[in-house]
Design a binder for this molecule. Structure first.
Ligand code: AHG
Ligand code: MN
Ligand code: MN
Length: 335
């Protein structure tokens, strides 16, 4: 008998012996994983599957959609509609929420996703991913509305992402630490490859889009300036830089070897709080990072404490190794 632990077995253990999740949440997460598997196959086909390039449409945020953004969104919708675990879904690629159609049983969960994160990397064969977050529908609510989704990230009951890179890896938390599962293509299943993932408290690696430097605010500028001064500067150590432009891939590196990731507010579009989306990107990633011992803030406030006011709300993000996030928080407080 193989000693490998599949995602299914991990989830059954989370339900049965650990009592961390109810059966319907377990089944919901199985469906999300199945959808990710299917997206992974589409991604892998690339030009052979005719999935590359633009779809010549725009999403609600005015961003040009890629064919894979739409394919991934549809795969997730279709996979999750009929299982009976959900009341509604919301996606970065859809203007409004998608209630489960009346012909299917209604469940008590809400699923949110960024179906394809890192769209600008699709056509150049660089890692991309799917990010998801699960909330419980408030008990007081009749039917389902957008309002039901507007819950702070600390109320998530499950969160994760699937990165489509050299390996397809699904990373998950249900509030019991972070576990990583690698897709075994021969078996067709996700296999547990790391448990109790921990982000080191210190790091010498930062991730930020440096081309925006002239638009940053003072605290971010100060932090990066000090990193760049290296051993001779106030930090007394050299820093390395990475920027993949897929949050999933950058966060995956941080969960694997530490680091700090920033997409701060900047002066290009001052009316926007940031580029990344609170509900589809910042919340699930923040919970994963915190569950792995790291920290996440918008500079002023813990991201998981933020009360969303809109589904497609944006936010400034600083997350990763705890001591670096704390330093950035202090720099923000001094302004
Ligand atoms: P998406 O492809 O879902 O719109 O998200 C892209 C996000 C995030 O994944 C990444 O960190 C960032 O945008 C990259 O932005 P820049 O191209 O401005 O560096
Ligand atoms: Mn994204
Ligand atoms: Mn996206």
């Amino acid at each position: 008998m193989s000693s490998k632990v599949s995602l299914s077995r991990y989830l059954v253990e989370q339900q049965r012996s650990k009592g961390k999740i109810p059966a319907d949440l377990r089944l919901l997460l199985e469906v999300v994983a199945r959808a990710c598997k299917s997206i992974s196959h589409a991604v892998n086909k690339g030009a052979l599957g005719g999935v590359l390039g633009s779809a010549e449409s725009e999403n609600v945020q005015g961003e040009v959609q890629k064919k894979l953004d739409i394919i991934a969104n549809e795969v997730l919708l279709e996979a999750n509609e009929w299982g009976g675990h959900l009341a509604a879904m919301a996606s970065e690629e859809m203007d409004t929420i998608h209630p489960v159609p009346n012909r299917y049983p209604q469940g008590e969960y809400l699923l949110l996703f960024d179906p394809l994160d890192g769209s600008s990397n699709i056509d150049v064969n660089v890692s991309i991913g799917t990010i998801f977050s699960v909330l419980k529908k408030p008990e007081s609510s009749q039917g389902v509305s957008e309002q039901d989704f507007l819950q702070p990230g600390k109320q998530q009951v499950a969160a994760g992402y699937c990165v489509y890179g050299p390996q397809t890896t699904l990373v998950l938390t249900v509030g019991d630490g972070v576990a990583m599962f690698t897709l075994d293509r021969e078996q067709g299943s996700f296999v547990l490859t790391q448990e109790n993932v921990q982000v080191p408290a210190d790091t010498q690696e930062f991730a930020i889009n440096m081309s925006n430097m002239r638009h940053w605010d003072e605290p971010v500028r100060r932090y990066i300036d000090e990193c760049l001064l290296g051993q001779e500067g106030p930090r007394g150590k050299n820093f390395n830089m990475r920027w993949i432009a897929s949050m999933v891939a950058d966060v995956h590196r941080i969960l694997t070897r530490g680091g700090v990731f920033m997409y701060p507010w900047d002066k290009r579009e001052p009316h926007k709080a940031g580029k990344l989306r609170l509900m589809y990107e910042a919340n699930p990633m923040s919970w994963l990072i915190e569950q792995a011992g790291g920290a996440s803030t918008n500079g002023q406030q813990r991201i998981l404490d933020m009360q969303p006011t809109q589904l497609h709300e944006r936010v400034s993000v600083v997350l990763g190794s705890r001591n670096e996030v704390e330093r950035l928080t202090q720099y923000h407080a001094k302004v």
